[in-house]
Design a protein around this ligand. Sequence first.
Ligand code: ATP
Ligand code: MG
Length: 335
Amino acid sequence: MLDQKKTVISGIRATGKLHLGNYLGVMRNFANLSLDETKRCYFFVANLHTITTNIDPQSIRHDLREIVLDYISVGVDPERAVIFAQSSVPETSELMWILNCFTTVAELERMPHFKEKRGKLEEKEIVNSGLLTYPILMAADILGPNADLVPVGEDQHPHVELTRSLAKRFNNIFGKTFVIPDILSSEVVRVPGLDGTAKMGKSDKNTIDLSDSPDIVSQKVFKSVTDIRRKRRSDPGDPTCCNIYTMHTIMSNGDEIRYVHDNCRSAGIGCIDCKEILIQNINNILFPIQQKRFELTRQGYEFVDEILHEGGIVARNKIAPKVEEVKEKIGVPSY
Ligand code: ATP
Ligand code: MG
């Protein structure tokens, strides 16, 4: 019988500890998706994408396993979802090469993600071509397993759009081969950084990590940037240019959001009062995840390695036939 379930795929780079942005932007959805009988989920660790910005074998290996623990801690059921390492499926890289030849350099150069990551490099640092072709590997990650749905944060949406274009382009030339994937959006699109920037990111050291204790959360939030024009407690603030307020809109309830908004504008409360409410709400989100993680950590890494091994086999069985089909179609089969 044909598998009627929708295929869902999403990945996270092994570039450090996961944070509230990863959780609220995408991972919170992963748990529900993995329990949905109408869907088959593939969640992977994008360790090949990691090396576009970080080449440190030890930390890549370490972060990969930690991310698997995080997947399970936020509620992904490893019995139902396939959890695997990108590097376990070499056919994906093969598909990437093929898709490479269907992509223009101009398409890649206008990707906001590329511009942003390039902009963060020091002047002397070299822009490796992996940073430019990152979205093609992502397209291969999505098209290889015939994914219908891709739950990713807003920063990744242009990459899914490119994936859709590539799939259509290929299908137009060689006949229906790829499923055209859709973005699966959650309400929270982007969690801002503690440093006042628009996005919290693992590589940006502006995060609240899922593993942060209440003390660390307090320290980080108290030190974080607010409306820079509000210098004194008696100055009225502008919530629309304050990342802490944006975080409230994501993590606090309606009454709290109205309260901090109105009292910031009227200088009824100071930044410290506003931050205290947020800290409490962040800790409430983190507590159950940390409890689950504590239980898992006691089991050691062995079971993580088992999950990765099994998941790698299942993912490869799903992806390899599609890549062979593509190779057949373009006249470069395995002989
Ligand atoms: P890096 O800084 O190394 O790129 P990252 O924190 O951006 O790390 P990724 O591994 O690139 O994390 O992305 C994993 C997923 O989390 C993606 O779907 C991405 O869109 C989402 N995501 C990352 N940061 C945020 C954020 N601040 N808000 C919402 N979603 C986010
Ligand atoms: Mg990123």
